[in-house]
Design a protein around this ligand. Structure first.
Ligand SMILES: [Zn+2]
Ligand SMILES: [Zn+2]
Length: 543
């Protein structure tokens, strides 16, 4: 019995899970891939472990048996490019199996560990459920050995299929496997010269070091599409997503689907394509890529933000939405969007886009691995936290000092739970780290201790008149509510008849010594009105 249109769940991930549930299987193996070719970036985990972890969780919740793995490609040759490593390093190690390449930064025992350690350490934070499987071990698996033999023996069929997609590039002498050179660990361009089917061994030569040898089939690596298919076969993979570069009609995923049907007589895994995340740096847009080191690393995200915020982004967007990540802007924006989703989830805010309510709420649940908090959490704008981290003195009383300021702005009340305190402390350090490393100039601040002469002389008569009116207003201000102060400021600006940008500029100049800065009302309350009054007084010299 098919499901009616009406009964279809609205969120794209639920629709995919629904399709799997109707397949008649009781057990699913879900897989993803991770190539430690360089740093593991936030774009990579989107379709390879974040979406699969959610799919695995949903299937188990519905009573299915699920095995979730992620293939770590440790049997790959080094393909790193500049500027990730130096030209000299590339010349020395190119083509060597990455397990045998040293850590260029010297902090781990080899290349793989250097990039896998931060990845594996981020698992818990991101709620990743995948069990890592390393390809250098996969080759020892009996089913993998079976698949390797199948590819070698049916290489003519495989070659014809691949040539259909690749446009006739593979020669009749093509061999789908490369030996791992036992002398220099080259696994990029060794050449098989002979195959002994009854012994399951190959003869090979290594152009890199000149070695000629004989080795078993587990000391080798299949051409990557043959490898992908063989891993599906080995682990009986039912579900695997794929990056958009594999997705095109006539692309690699399609060729792999045909290979597994023709050579193994089984159906390819279910899946869907997902898009890349681009990194915006100095106004330039580049697709994230491990080999070049164009990356915002997954452990770096944990230093600037909450994992559920990144996950919310991936779930609220469709998998084929291309995402731009600009550390200076996207990090604060995503945190504010997540807080908004939380308000919508708990019914304290109505979104303007009514047709998005279900998707927003569902994305919020998925971002929290289905374990949604009992009530709405403490909500403080990311940028305000970044400011407070910079104006509160370092030391043991930093947290209580920050809380005092957040009470003045009206962002928190006095009855805080220990969990609230934990969140505030965490967000303070994350947004502070962001401010030091990624914030745009206007959010990097130092409050002046007094207003220097060169700034005083830049203020015009209108600005000084405005400050003279502002002084008594702030002097008697008692409300802990930045919204009220914001509207009072605005009324005063209209009353004095000054252009609002001139009024704001005057305040930024005397507080920060520069013409722009964070949103004023909450900023002034966070700094403390006494301090603001002192600086205004430096200019207008009333007392
Ligand atoms: Zn290292
Ligand atoms: Zn060699």
């Amino acid at each position: 019995m098919g499901m009616s249109q009406e009964a279809q769940p609205k969120h794209w991930l639920d629709r995919f899970v629904n399709k799997l549930m109707l397949s008649g299987k009781q057990r699913f193996v879900i897989s993803g891939g991770m190539a430690p070719a360089g740093p593991i970036h936030i774009g990579k985990i989107r379709g390879e472990v974040i979406y699969p972890s959610a799919i695995a969780r949903e299937l188990s919740k519905k009573g299915f048996e699920v095995e979730h793995i992620v293939i770590i490609y440790t049997q790959d040759p080094l393909k790193a490019k500049e500027p990730l490593v130096t030209k000299q390093f590339i010349e020395q190690w190119k083509g060597i199996r990455i397990l045998n390449v040293p850590d260029p930064w010297g902090c781990h025992s080899n290349w793989v560990d250097h990039f896998m350690e931060p990845y594996l350490e981020s698992y818990e934070a991101y709620g990743i459920t995948a069990k890592p499987v390393y390809t250098h071990e996969s080759y020892k698996h009996p089913r993998m050995q079976e698949a390797v033999k199948q590819f070698i023996e049916k290489r003519e069929i495989a070659r014809n299929i691949l040539n259909k997609y690749k446009g006739g590039k593979l020669e009749p002498t093509w061999f789908p496997i490369k030996a791992l050179c036992e002398k220099c660990y080259n696994i990029l361009d060794t050449k098989v010269t002979k195959y002994y089917p009854e012994k399951g061994i190959i003869e090979y030569t290594c152009p890199r070091c000149g070695y000629k040898g004989i080795t078993s089939l587990d000391n080798a690596k299949l051409e990557w599409r043959a490898e992908w298919v063989s891993l599906w076969y080995t682990y009986k993979v039912d579900i695997e997503l794929y990056g958009k570069d594999h997705a095109a009609a006539g692309g690699s995923r399609e060729s792999c689907n045909e290979l597994i049907r023709e050579l193994f007589g089984i159906d390819p895994p279910e899946g869907f394509a997902y898009e890349w995340v681009s990194l915006i740096k100095d106004g330039k847009r580049e697709e994230m890529g491990s080999s070049e080191g164009v990356s915002f690393d997954i452990d770096e995200w944990l230093r600037v933000g909450r994992p559920e915020v990144l996950k919310y982004w991936y779930f609220v967007m469709k998998p084929l939405a291309h995402l731009d990540f600009d550390p200076a802007k996207t990090i604060p924006t995503l945190h504010d969007e997540y807080d908004r989703a939380e308000r919508i989830y708990f019914g304290v805010e109505e979104p303007a886009e009514k047709d998005m309510i279900i998707d927003i709420k569902r994305a919020y649940e998925l971002a929290n691995d289905g374990k949604v908090p009992e009530k709405i959490g403490i909500q403080i704008p990311y940028l305000l936290m970044a400011i407070i981290d910079q104006i509160v003195p370092e030391g043991p009383s930093k947290l209580s000092e920050a809380i005092k300021r957040l009470q003045r702005t009206g962002h928190i009340q006095s009855n805080l739970t220990s969990n609230d305190l934990k969140i505030i402390e965490k967000m303070l350090s994350k947004s502070g780290y962001w401010a030091r490393k990624y914030a745009p100039e206007s959010y990097r601040i130092t409050i002046l201790s007094s207003v220097p002469q060169n700034i005083k002389s830049k203020l015009n008569n209108e600005q000084i008149a405005f400050l003279k009116e502002l002084y008594p207003m702030l002097k008697t201000w008692t409300e802990s509510d930045y919204l009220k102060l914001e509207s009072a400021l605005y009324s005063l600006i209209r009353q004095v008849n000054i252009k609002s940008q001139d009024a704001y500029k005057a305040l930024y100049m005397i507080l920060l010594g520069k013409p722009s800065g964070p949103r004023l009302a909450s900023f002034m309350l966070a700094v403390g009105l006494d301090k603001v009054l002192k600086l205004i007084n430096d200019v207008i010299e009333i007392s």
